[in-house]
Design a protein. Structure first.
Length: 218
């Protein structure tokens, strides 16, 4: 019955077949791109972690830290605490040209694929860091710590050309300038050993609390 319908009505069947194949290719491309973005993001965070591990023993590093304020969570790539203050670092492993758009909440990535430039828009990592700074600062205030939290964005792909800037959230693509900023940031609030240990203890307790909550769900 189905066969006879197809024989008698070949054109609708061919149209449906073309549409189905197009949708399959489109969805597969979306899945592939998403997998690439996740893999690229993980590689970028791991590369930044390896670089941050070269900081002196005076510094403490937290990766993938979750903080909550007003029932909203931030997953922060890296937090470093040391003599020159508390820093939030958002890692981006993007190649190509990274450009601003007319919408301050979005940025554009132009990269060469198959001999031609492909443009993709992303949520602005500067805006992302602003939110992280707000939540971590207030999280610490709730714990009795009122200290300056400095955010920055670090693009670590060697083929990335970054054309972004911000007055409060510095953007880096060179490791030398990135580490110099942490060592010499004029806006930072110097911390003594007791203050550093206090902040580190609070963040360690936060991690233990989250781990305990996850285990309780299983």
């Amino acid at each position: 019955m189905i066969y006879s319908f197809i024989v008698q009505n070949p054109i609708p069947f061919i149209i449906c077949l073309i549409i189905s194949q197009t949708l399959i290719r489109y969805n597969w491309r979306k899945i592939t791109n998403k997998r690439y973005e996740i893999s690229s993001g993980v590689q970028g965070e791991q590369a930044t972690t390896r670089q941050l591990n070269y900081l002196s023993d005076d510094w403490y590093l937290f990766n993938d830290l979750v903080v909550t304020f007003q029932d909203k969570e931030s997953l922060i790539d890296h937090v470093v605490i040391g003599p020159h203050g508390v820093f939030i670092i958002e890692s981006k492993n993007w190649n190509g040209h990274i450009l601003p758009t007319s919408n301050k909440e979005r940025v554009r990535q132009d990269k060469m694929i198959g001999g031609k430039y492909i443009s993709t828009e992303h949520y602005n990592p500067i805006s992302q860091v602003r939110t992280h700074v707000f939540r971590l600062s207030n999280f610490l205030i709730e714990k009795g710590i009122n200290t300056w939290v400095q955010g920055c964005v670090y693009f670590n792909h060697f083929e990335g050309k970054v054309h972004l800037q911000d007055d409060r959230i510095p953007v880096f693509s060179h490791p030398e300038l990135f580490f110099k900023f942490i060592d010499e940031n004029p806006n930072s609030q110097n911390l003594n050993r007791e203050q550093i240990n206090h902040i580190v203890d609070i963040l360690k307790k936060r991690i233990k609390k989250i781990t305990h909550e996850k285990m309780a769900l299983h």
